[in-house]
Design a protein. Structure first.
Length: 202
């Protein structure tokens, strides 16, 4: 099926009634992954032909995209089970986003479960992949899924852990603004920690 073009990206298919939309910025992410992964693959598979090396790099890029999609499908599945159907899946430069339709009697605790379901799915994929030693691509995707799970679980917006934290605070206090404020502070702390660890630390 040829992707249909929209102002936000390309519709590559539908899951249920929800379109799966790939943002053009995802091409940039693919190039970044390929460029950073190529030297390691080339040295690891030094005895292999250039075609095998390129196929391995391409497989890794496609696998990362599939991991992001599966991550979003975990959100969509959890929302559907809890009574809120997904209406759109988006894949873009930094990951993905699942948009939901309206729901009757939706509660903040359901947002907690929906947000953390993607993290659980990534952990499950990393465990399954680790048990199947089928080569360099599989090894890379194992670590991608594990890193995705850990990073997304951090308690700060706009990460899944941040959305879960905001919903949990809302559930406990009945104050949505307080939940958003706490999760926003968490996001600032996450960014500060990352900046300190990889940029400012002597």
């Amino acid at each position: 099926m040829s992707p249909a073009s929209t102002p936000q990206g390309w519709v590559i298919g539908r899951i249920g009634a929800a379109p799966v939309v790939v943002s053009p910025t995802s091409l940039l992410l693919g190039l970044l992954i390929a460029g950073s992964w190529y030297p390691l693959v080339s040295s690891t598979l030094a005895a292999s032909s250039s075609l095998v090396v390129l196929a391995t790099v391409a497989g890794t890029v496609v696998g990362v995209g599939a991991s992001v999609l599966l991550h979003e499908l975990a959100h969509g599945s959890a929302g559907t089970v809890l009574g809120r159907r997904p209406v759109r899946y988006e894949l873009y430069l930094w990951g993905g986003r699942t948009s939901f339709g309206p729901a009757h009697a939706w509660a903040p605790w359901k947002d907690v479960i929906t947000s953390l379901s993607g993290v659980g799915g990534a952990l499950l994929r990393s465990n399954v992949i680790t048990s199947i030693p089928v080569g360099v691509v599989v090894w890379a995707l194992t670590w991608v899924n594990l890193a995705l799970a850990i990073f997304n679980a951090l308690p700060g917006l706009p990460l899944d852990g941040g959305h879960a934290l905001a919903s949990l605070v809302t559930q406990l206090t009945g104050r949505p603004r307080a939940g958003q404020r706490v999760a926003a502070i968490g996001g600032l702390l996450v960014v500060t920690g990352i900046a300190w660890r990889w940029i400012l630390e002597p």
